[in-house]
Design a protein around this ligand. Structure first.
Ligand code: AMP
Length: 398
């Protein structure tokens, strides 16, 4: 594969997969342009070298066939903000004859944005013919869509077969994601701590199993903690519980002991009498939750213990919130953890906020600039951290 940074793209037309799957409001305006910002440096490098770029992406989940609310034309104004003065053309079908003549006529320094790839069901099926057609839009294929790297789709994986290894590679964003996640998994400085939270233990089993091998400490929070606590015989009231996972939870705890990894469960919890923002709440011991109450946040004692472990760590990975941080009264655990991660980073630790709701939590806390790296890929980052080889990465390396 090519080294993106070292390649000069003068006179080259690059077909590039980006992840412009951004949220739109009812007026079809972009409400969060993080993903566009994430790909901007890669696009700029090609344009500044004197090349041109054909951008392809999906947006939302169209049912097959074109739908105005999922049209990528709605992002052009936002894209233009990142490239003032650059001609941005738009092809309203990604593989029409017109789209191909537009890409052929593209001048150096210009951008062509193709319409939503998922208007063709062939995209998600990884269809060969469709991928081959897409490959005709450029002589070099660059993948900078980390957010969809775990999907074996036409534009993320199959297309790479139509380029030899000297004509395909990763963009800056993709390279940064892989580099930062690899730092935590394979090149970390001890003590290494993972903070794992979120709703369900079933979503995080593979992650926990993988992390036991490489972490010194694993701090567990969020709804998933209660299946562990129940498995150990605790009373968890109406807290989230996945009975089918109690055995696996015990197995994970046992494996951690064997591998000398400290797994922490929250000593106490903030419990609520109903699942709502204005529920009654109080802090109780996590294994003595009253029958009609549910744990919605880690408690003050757990928050202190977790914060101290984080502040004495040199490498930190955070995936998943410590509670229902969307409700103010149950957000303290998550935001205190965010502060501890920022403080540890100030003191020289490397911190990766790896995917999903911990990314929105760190952004909501305003501390996103005080951590080392915030991943743009939810599911993709989770799978990478689980140790899986992502199809989007494999396809480029082959
Ligand atoms: P996930 O997508 O699995 O990372 O889970 C994130 C979601 O889990 C957030 O929307 C949280 O509100 C929710 N969550 C975290 N802790 C709890 C809890 N103790 N009970 C119910 N939901 C929770």
């Amino acid at each position: 594969m090519i080294n993106f940074k070292e390649t000069n793209f003068k006179d080259q037309r690059v077909v590039m997969r980006v992840d412009f799957n951004v949220p739109l409001n009812a007026e079809l305006q972009v409400t969060d342009d993080t993903r566009i910002a994430g790909a901007a440096a890669t696009i700029s490098k090609i344009l500044n070298d004197g090349g041109s770029v054909v951008l392809m992406s999906h947006l939302g989940r169209p049912k097959g066939g074109s739908e105005n609310k999922f049209s990528l034309k709605h992002i052009i104004t936002t894209l233009q903000k990142y490239f003032p003065g650059v001609n941005i053309h738009f092809a309203d079908d990604c593989i029409s004859d017109e789209a191909f003549s537009m890409s052929k006529e593209l001048k150096n320094g210009e951008i062509l944005l193709l319409e939503n790839l998922r208007f063709y069901p062939e995209e998600e099926k990884g269809n060969q013919e469709f991928a081959q057609k897409l490959s005709k839009h450029g002589s070099i294929y660059i993948n900078d869509a980390f957010g969809t790297a775990h999907r074996e789709h036409a534009s993320t994986a199959t297309i790479a077969r139509f380029f030899d290894s000297n004509h395909k590679g990763f963009g800056y964003l993709m390279a940064a994601e892989v580099e930062n996640a690899s730092k935590v998994l394979y090149d970390s400085v001890s003590p290494v701590t993972a903070i794992v939270g979120g709703a369900k233990v079933s979503d995080k089993i593979l992650l926990l199993e993988r992390l036991i091998d490489s972490m010194d400490n694993i701090l567990i929070g969020g709804g998933m903690a209660y299946t562990f606590i129940a498995a150990k015989g605790g009373k968890i009231g109406k807290s989230l519980f996945e009975p089918d996972y109690t055995e696996l939870a015990l197995k994970i705890l046992k494996k951690a002991t064997e591998k000398n990894t400290n797994i922490y469960l929250p000593e106490d919890s903030v419990v609520a009498d109903q699942f709502s923002a204005d529920a009654q709440y109080k802090a109780v011991s996590s294994n003595q939750i009253p029958d009609d109450w549910m744990g919605l946040d880690i408690g003050p004692v757990a928050t202190d213990i977790y914060s101290n472990v984080i502040k004495s760590s040199k490498t930190i990975l955070w995936n998943g919130p410590m509670g229902v941080f969307e409700f103010k009264n149950f957000s303290n655990g998550t935001f205190s953890i965010a502060r501890a991660v920022a403080e540890a980073t100030d003191e020289g630790a490397f911190s990766l906020i790896g995917g999903g709701d911990s990314v929105s939590a760190i952004n909501k806390s305003g501390l996103q600039d005080r951590v080392s790296y915030v991943s743009t890929g939810g599911g993709a980052m989770l799978e990478f951290l689980e140790g899986k080889e992502l199809p989007g990465i494999k396809a480029i390396k082959e």
